[in-house]
Design a protein around this ligand. Structure first.
Ligand code: ADP
Ligand code: ADP
Length: 228
């Protein structure tokens, strides 16, 4: 599903060059459930930006679902992103003036899905995350866990095969964080490929594979047997 070969990312700032990623090689198969860990500044965000086709590597090859994407331009990257990837963020990134249902409908508006289908799919997505009864509520009327479930519904609504989550439990207490991880486990069982970044060891322990970064390199990559 995801194949990175010899990935380098260099940020140039005046005369200085920051080597954010150095010779990263990583294969993630369909239906894997991976946690990316590492200290601040180790390259996790840079890695997620590349995986999510938000940014391109300076060097190396990125093949996503059989398609070489490392050298695509902005518009083509946006197209790959919309077709393949759902994003989930630490801060939920919901629009405060829209209801839960309208937030979930948004990606389908960008994708040109007709209104009636949009409504139907948004309702189903909210049902999938157990939030139908909150459809007409605004984000500020919901708990953090509920907001994150709305964000998960939004990420799923164009049926991406890959979910990328950046610190998805970072703003949640541990019980709510575990509920969000349970939601990821259900999606994993339904066949999604899941990659999440986390600082929290107890969250990483719930993934099936843990990839550790340090100074822009992968320093550990292991299967994790403890998953529920
Ligand atoms: P965290 O450690 O919480 O993941 P980051 O170090 O990733 O935070 O920084 C957050 C944002 O700032 C990211 O979008 C990242 O690309 C950007 N960023 C980080 N370091 C720099 C820098 N030296 N110059 C410019 N932008 C940076
Ligand atoms: P992490 O997410 O693990 O905290 P990042 O990927 O944000 O790490 O950062 C890796 C390195 O790249 C850090 O040294 C950071 O300061 C640098 N960096 C990240 N984004 C930028 C940017 N936009 N411009 C310059 N340097 C950056």
């Amino acid at each position: 599903m995801i194949r990175l070969e010899g990935i380098h990312k260099i940020y140039r700032m005046g005369t200085e060059a920051v080597h954010a990623l150095q010779d990263v090689n990583l294969h993630i198969g369909a239906n894997e459930f991976v946690a990316i860990v590492g200290p601040s500044g180790s390259g996790k965000s840079t890695m997620m930006n590349i995986l999510g086709c938000l940014d391109s590597p300076t060097r190396g090859e990125y093949t996503l679902a059989g398609e070489e994407v490392s050298r695509l331009g902005e518009d083509q990257l946006a197209d790959v992103r919309n077709r393949r990837i759902g994003f989930i963020f630490q801060s939920f990134n919901l629009l405060p003036k829209l209801t839960a249902l309208q937030n979930v409908e948004l990606p389908m508006i960008y994708a040109g899905v007709p209104p009636a289908t949009r409504r139907q799919r948004a309702i189903q997505a909210l049902r999938d995350v157990g939030l139908m009864e909150r459809a007409n509520h605004h984000p500020n009327e919901m708990s953090g866990g509920q907001r994150q479930r709305v964000a998960i519904a939004r990420a799923l609504v164009n049926n991406p095969s890959i979910l990328l989550a950046d610190e998805p439990t970072g703003n949640l207490d541990s019980k709510t964080g575990d509920e969000i991880m349970a939601a990821f486990h259900r999606l994993h069982r339904d066949g999604k490929t899941i990659v999440l970044v986390t600082h929290e060891p107890e969250i990483a322990q719930q993934a099936l594979r843990i990839v550790a970064f340090r100074d822009g390199r992968i320093v550990d990559d292991r299967k994790n047997g403890v998953a529920s």
